[in-house]
Design a protein around this ligand. Structure first.
Ligand SMILES: [Zn+2]
Length: 327
């Protein structure tokens, strides 16, 4: 017995039977014809479990994507072999997800009295699993910023990303110290997601006194000063791995013109046609070359540089770059 049919028997059969019961209980609220159609679809799925063809695409006989079966136990075709109407529905779902996600992104070019910011968010597909946040906090004088990367890709990762975004927005309204915000976000993320789901994240708060930073397993933020570049090590586990994880915060003062740069590994792991990675030293060089440009020009310039480096190789991961500069 293969893995698909084992899980089909153990997990999907009871779910299908339960769905059948629920349908019958609700039979008064739908037409008899609709009810018959839905019941026959469920019975056909149960039959596929019995004859061992459950979870296999009816066109190519390959395994259907596990996350799609998990969401809908009645799917009969893999993504490559959807019918035209299914394909249209799938595209509509993706378009809607793209719209929802774009509304969650912060406005471009938020500026406070002491700070200029800019970011670029380039998902590799219709939706991304990177988290990018910039929020002016309640006092109107400080700024919360974050870049994160949710494990996985596509719609599933983008859903987790929106979940993370909601958690942070709620916690930020409570006016807690930064380390508490991250510890609580970790606990909430742990308790509300599956064991294999996690996110790396670096976030911070910029005030007139400088910046506070907290790094939960994410690529090191870079602090570009006039004559030197500093890197901030991760001091904590990714979010979602361990409910009791504690996080520490580092403080740093920035001089006029200094920039803090947060990014996702889609940038440093971008590959040229030979498979070599763009890497952190090249990113630092690209940023330093643009030290005196405004933040928007720096962000655009770096992403152009990455695109030039990739050349003919298509991007394979979401890319986020966020710059916070002391005015
Ligand atoms: Zn197929």
């Amino acid at each position: 017995m293969n893995a698909a049919s084992t899980s089909a028997l153990e997990i999907f059969r009871p779910r299908l039977l339960q769905r059948r019961d629920r349908l019958q209980a609700a039979s008064k609220s739908i037409s008899a014809a609709d009810l018959d159609l839905l019941i026959s679809e469920i019975d056909a799925a149960l039959q596929r479990i019995d004859n061992g063809s459950y979870g296999l695409c009816e066109t190519c006989h390959d395994t259907i994507e596990a996350d799609r079966l998990e969401r809908d136990q009645l799917v009969r075709f893999c993504l490559d072999h959807l019918s035209e109407s299914e394909l249209r529905a799938h595209q509509q779902d993706l378009d809607l997800a793209t719209q929802i996600q774009s509304k969650l992104l912060p406005p471009r070019g938020i500026a406070l009295e002491d700070w200029d910011t800019h970011y670029r968010y380039e998902p590799v597909g219709a939706v991304g699993g990177d988290y990018c946040e910039l929020i002016v906090l309640g006092d109107g004088h400080s700024l919360f910023f974050a870049v994160g990367d949710v494990a996985g890709k596509g719609v599933a990762a983008s859903l987790l990303m929106t979940h993370l975004s909601a958690i942070f927005r709620i916690l930020l309204s409570l006016d807690l110290p930064l380390a508490d915000v991250v510890s609580r976000a970790n606990r909430l993320f742990c308790e509300s997601t599956a064991a294999a789901q996690y996110a790396t994240l670096v976030c911070g708060r910029a005030t007139k006194n400088g910046v506070e930073l907290c790094n939960a397993g994410h690529c090191m933020p870079l602090l570009l000063r006039q004559h030197a570049t500093e890197r901030f090590d991760s001091t904590g586990l990714p979010l979602g791995l361990f409910c009791g994880a504690q996080y520490t915060v580092r403080h740093s003062s920035l001089d006029e013109g200094d920039s803090l740069v947060l990014y996702s590994d889609g940038i440093t792991e971008a590959q040229d046609p030979e498979g070599n990675e763009y890497d952190e030293p090249r990113l630092i060089r690209s940023l330093r070359d643009r030290f005196h440009q405004d933040t928007g020009a720096v962000a655009d310039g770096v992403l152009r540089d990455v695109a030039r480096y990739r050349d003919t190789r298509p991007p394979h991961d979401d890319m986020t770059l966020l710059i916070v500069r002391r005015r």
